[in-house]
Design a protein around this ligand. Sequence first.
Ligand SMILES: Nc1ncnc2c1ncn2[C@@H]1O[C@H](COP(=O)(O)OP(=O)(O)OP(=O)(O)O)[C@@H](O)[C@H]1O
Length: 627
Amino acid sequence: MNLSRLVPASGKVRAGLIIAIFFVLLAAFGPLLTSYSPQASGTELLQPPSGTHWLGTTQTGQDVFAQFVYGARVSLGVGLVAGIISQIVSVLVGVIGGYFRGLSDDLLYILTAVFLVVPGMPLLIVLTGYLPSRGMVSVAFVIAITSWAGSARVLRAQTMSLRRREFVEAARATGESRTRIVFSEIMPNALPLIASGFLFSVIGAVLAEAGLSFLGLGSLTTTSWGSMLYFAQSAQAFLYGAWWWFVPPGLAIAVLGAGLALINFGIDEYSNPRLRTGKSRGRATRTSGPHAAALSTAGAAAAASGVDAPGTAPVLHEDGVGEVAGTEPSEGAAAAAQLRPIDVAGEPIIEVRNLKVDYPGIDRVVHAVDDVSITLHRGEILGLAGESGSGKSTLTNAITRLLRNPAQVTGGSITYHRTRARPGGSRGTDPGSAESIDLLGLSTEELRGYRWDEIAIVFQSAMNALNAVTSVGAQFDDVLRVHRPTMPAREREALARTMLEKVGIDSDRVSSYPHELSGGMKQRVAIAIALVLEPDVIIMDEPTTALDLLIQREVLDQVMALRDEYGFAIIFTTHDLSLLLEVSDSIAVMQRGRLVEYGPALEVYAEPRHPYTQALLASLADMGALV
Ligand SMILES: Nc1ncnc2c1ncn2[C@@H]1O[C@H](COP(=O)(O)OP(=O)(O)OP(=O)(O)O)[C@@H](O)[C@H]1O
């Protein structure tokens, strides 16, 4: 392990760490440096610092240095214990409430609101006044009780925002349990807030303890920085010019606070890969060297595997800008821009029959999917087109069982024809293992096995579908741990590397973070993750919309090549009918929840029956989008 990588790059963070470590060492070993007891009185009263008393003495002859180092233990101890308790409560209340919502969230939110409106210090004073004993732990506990609410509210808001993000949807779709989603998707993204909340709780608790002691509410038999200030103030040390008595504890509290605030920068830097500087960026740059060679290998592998894309196998460059071997890019794009021969002769794999999905509203019901019937065959690419709001996502979400409240399936059926043994991921062709599954009747547990193993999803905009704070390899791992729990870590990594190469990305990118990849690469990673369990069906929801045309072409060619290699079927959703005509075997066009056109792509192109499709094709022809 390279220890130098653990040293933060930022000078501010290093300074903060040095300060914090100094005080921790002072609290741990400081008492070994003095032979005086912090409480023992002496004969040298109110003496300034000297060789005998390094920080002078108090009015009753106590050694200030001894009080300072023993006091560091108490002040830091109270800060740490209170910070830990406070953050545990904040995380439980904020993350659980924000993620699970419902009644538990309502109750927790009311509790949070109550603690937020009651002023913290007066509450602290009242509660401390009733404490039977004012030991370090009980004071820390009371401080924690009065300080968790602000952080919990921020964490709840962050969790509510994160739970709707596409990478969380993707994790849900892969079958990750709710607990795992909370711990591996939500918490890492909330880490900066949790960590900064912890640091501020610590310094807040140190200050609160000092405040309580200063008011005479702390333990008067235990020395802390706060009690030092209390006794210094009671003895009017300021008036006597005995600065050595109150300056060390006051300064220590201020410097410790500044140090913890500086560390906060480091937490942001650590938890947000985007902010990492120096070494990690260097790593990203270095990988670009061997990458090109590996890509050529991937391209060669694709060619060797008999990829039968139009023209020849695409050779991809790392950033997604590439060319078709043997042709100029523009020629390659033009060569591929032709209608595919119709081949929908495979067995049916998904049959949607008379499906109806409604969204009940306050004054009306939206019939988002209205009596739709389609059949997806093994290996077929079914293009799903239609204007915004026509019901495409609702239909595909019904197939993947990812519909959200208030959606209600009010009629019809969705049948999945499984033709291979599960689980295990090995592609079998034993017709004896065929079975028909009523997807709408699957339990939550059964769904977990079905999603990703049988049907995978490439979400719209891979930028959001990938978790920004975990590496590419960890995102493959998330899927494999759930679906292949017995697979050893080394095999999981090897599989992730293989899949990356399959989509034309250097396998070393397994350790990259999403922000280190271009848009096209991210989309390819999303496709590779969708393919990792060799599903029978892939739902692609506008997978290339966010990409420029050339990269869109590259990614689509790659998908076609992989489809030919793996034989999965695709439901491809987009607004772009010209794109669908190019890549699809069959096309379904939706309008206001209804299927208005459905048939082989060539027929839809040659003889559009519905006025809506005719108008769409006419507008495409006007724009010169159709050849
Ligand atoms: N959660 C919801 N609550 C109420 N109505 C909804 C909800 N989600 C979608 N709808 C409605 O259902 C209809 C179909 O929406 P859907 O998102 O399926 O369309 P789409 O074709 O996928 O649109 P786009 O291409 O813009 O994603 C729309 O009228 C939409 O307003």
